[in-house]
Design a protein around this ligand. Sequence first.
Ligand SMILES: *Cc1c(COP(=O)(O)O)cnc(C)c1O
Length: 374
Amino acid sequence: MSDAQMRTWAEIDLGRLKHNYTALREQLAPGCRFVGVVKANAYGHGAVPVAQKLEEWGADYLAVACLEEAAELRQAGVRAPILILGVTLPRYAGELLAWDAAQAVGDLETGRALSATAVAAGRTLTIHVKADTGMSRLGFLCDEAHLDHAAGEIAALCALPGLRAEGIFTHFSDADGCEAYTMRQFTRFLDLLDKLSARGVTFEIRHCAASAAMLNYPCTHLDMVRPGIALYGHYPAPGMEYTCPLLPVMTLKTRVAAVRDLPAGTCVSYGRTATLARDSRLAVLPVGYGDGYFRLFSNGQPVAIRGKKAPVVGRVCMDLTMADVTDIPGVIPGDEAVLYGDAAPVEDGADRAGTIQYELLCDVSPRVPRVYLD
Ligand SMILES: *Cc1c(COP(=O)(O)O)cnc(C)c1O
């Protein structure tokens, strides 16, 4: 499909991805490993092209959410080590081996089942032990009251045949918010590592820092960092720009489909939530919530056309959206409009929608072609 035929597309600037990767790597002590998080189709940027580039540039590891995502990378020829952060049911242990993926393990029962399958297959499955230090999602519960119990169970897990416990990790819940809570989680993690090492259990790769902790707390880098959003050029929270110079990788664009002159008093779009206050010129954009462009952007979200901001008028539809271009001279069908990008930050859209930029990026739908720029 040529550019001119596309109604809405996402430009993925691989030069910017490389800039972010390099800038992030520069923050690491020598020897600290880097796992590029490419789950959820690389936050909407396209898992395979992003993973292939990260591998080419020397990322030590790639992280995905699930077995299907690992398989997609392997089928595309990606050979870098892959860590599955989410749960894989033990009955799929054979596929973990087949795809050569390391699996996060957060409880002993799952570990035993994975061990049994690996032993039966005469193979060794690589695992990373998951410790829950305060996120309360997955992992061995490691609050102060359960730390000894967790150490005992993790030691038992690591002693199981057929498993190679290469790594151990935890995940912060508030590393872009509360320093005290983050350091409490970090202390629990370090205490756990001490207790395990007292039992003779050590790990090659200890990791805990996603983007926010990586940028805010260098002390948490340990043996490997796990940035996701920062790779794609976005700060986990506002006010972190000073930490590292990042450039947004995705620009979501559409092309003006029609230009309409409509008189004052005209109602626009479903539910008649907008009535034109003046004679107006509207650009009809071939984008909608079917493309992942949030319906919450109705009535107000700016899109950039000819370098100026045109607010959405009326409700965003499934496939079409109207924007007010009355004050932008010369708009014609075929003009490009930037929905997310330097001229219309995705963070502003996230604020309007009451959510985070992660969600907007992930929600750019499969209908939207990704176009890769070098
Ligand atoms: C998604 C995820 C990351 C990456 O988080 P960012 O905030 O995007 O850097 C790291 N680790 C785990 C366990 C995750 O689930």
